[in-house]
Write a new protein. Structure first.
Length: 113
């Protein structure tokens, strides 16, 4: 009886989980055996894209502010110092290198200020 109760509790948990997921949206599909099935809608991509976009915008914003406040010469010196450091610092130097987007945005920001 104990094993049967555990199996029932497991199936009950799975069913409650499926119902919670179906309550957030579902897609109706015809199964291979001809039975109409409701499957929870997958929404993983919608949750991942905005945080990545905010992270990229923040990163480029930081680069632009840093480049415009230090100037090209001082920024280059800081990058060369990073390039001679540890592996993490070298990766940081590659990521923080002045790319065309940073240069154009810095010119726009300097005109506005």
């Amino acid at each position: 009886m104990d094993q049967g109760l555990k199996e029932f509790a497991r199936r009950h948990r799975q069913l409650r989980r499926k119902h919670r997921r179906l309550a957030r949206g579902y897609v109706t599909r015809l199964g291979s055996n001809g039975v109409i099935e409701h499957q929870p809608r997958r929404e993983l991509a919608g949750l991942v894209v905005p945080p990545i976009g905010v992270l990229l915008i923040s990163f480029f914003g930081f680069k632009i502010v840093l480049f415009s406040s230090l100037g090209a010469d001082a920024y280059g010196r800081h990058l060369s110092a990073l390039a001679e450091g540890t592996m993490v610092e070298r990766i940081g130097a590659v990521l923080m290198a002045a790319d065309p987007l940073t240069m154009i945005a810095t010119e726009v920001v300097s005109r506005l200020m």
